[in-house]
Design a binder for this molecule. Structure first.
Ligand code: BG6
Ligand code: MG
Length: 219
């Protein structure tokens, strides 16, 4: 029986993947190679450090630690310029409907994200006060598909993992939820997210009756 909900951020609450893409592409272009939208798919749910490792692999570039760290900072500074301009209009369709429904019923909700920029983004889109707990890239040592981020979220909400529902758009995120023994809901392509317990293209497809059913039946 579900008694708490955990939301991933990028690709679930906001479509920041496009800003990550532009920032990584700029760096790739500066280094003299292309970075495509298809390649950007591999970056979803993946830590900033791992993303840069993959990017440099794509470009066939090896770098000393110092240079590597400078590129990480540079990419993030470019990304933050996009974040700076965000507002509530960038919240994905019907996310407020679901968040509002859960808040009205006093169901605790947490954020479970790999991003170190999660708080500023939630602030920008005015959703920070809605969350009872925030667990982000600053709080974890093990990346998804490790369940750490979601287990800390459950702990912070004081709810057993098996009573938590996770909304995720990344394969590694669905695996992390499953590894945490939580109910996983894939947001996006059901074929890609086939390991999820339930699948929806986006929140417009999620009915309040469905959420209700998760909370009332033995899920
Ligand atoms: C995840 C994104 O939510 O956060 C990844 O899906 C991103 O694409 C990761 O690399 C880390 O984000 P940030 O904001 O800390 O660079
Ligand atoms: Mg995501």
């Amino acid at each position: 029986r579900a008694s708490a909900f955990v939301f991933d951020l990028d690709g679930v609450i906001v479509d920041t993947a496009k800003y990550h893409y532009l920032a990584w592409k700029k760096l790739a272009n500066e280094l003299g190679f292309e970075f495509t939208k298809e390649q950007n798919e591999l970056f979803k749910g993946v830590s900033r450090k791992r993303c840069l490792e993959i990017l440099l692999d794509i470009g066939g570039i090896t770098a000393a630690q110092e240079q590597f760290d400078r590129w990480m900072v540079e990419k993030n500074e470019d990304y933050l310029e996009y974040i700076e301009k965000m507002d509530a209009s960038e919240i994905l369709p019907d996310v407020p409907k679901v968040v509002g429904f859960l808040k009205d019923r006093n169901i605790p909700i947490a954020l479970g994200s790999a991003s170190k920029n999660a708080r500023p983004i939630l602030e920008k889109v005015k959703l920070l006060p809605s969350f009872d707990a925030i667990v982000d890239g600053n709080d974890v040592s093990k990346a998804k598909p490790d369940p750490e981020v979601f287990l800390i979220a459950a702990q912070k909400l004081n709810v057993a993992p098996e009573n938590c529902v996770v909304f995720e758009d990344a394969v590694a995120g669905i695996q992390a939820a499953n590894n945490a023994d939580m109910i996983s809901i894939g947001i996006g392509d059901a074929q890609i997210l086939s390991e999820a317990d339930y699948n929806f293209n986006d929140f417009t497809e999620i009915s309040l009756a469905f959420l209700e059913s998760l909370m009332s039946v033995q899920a």
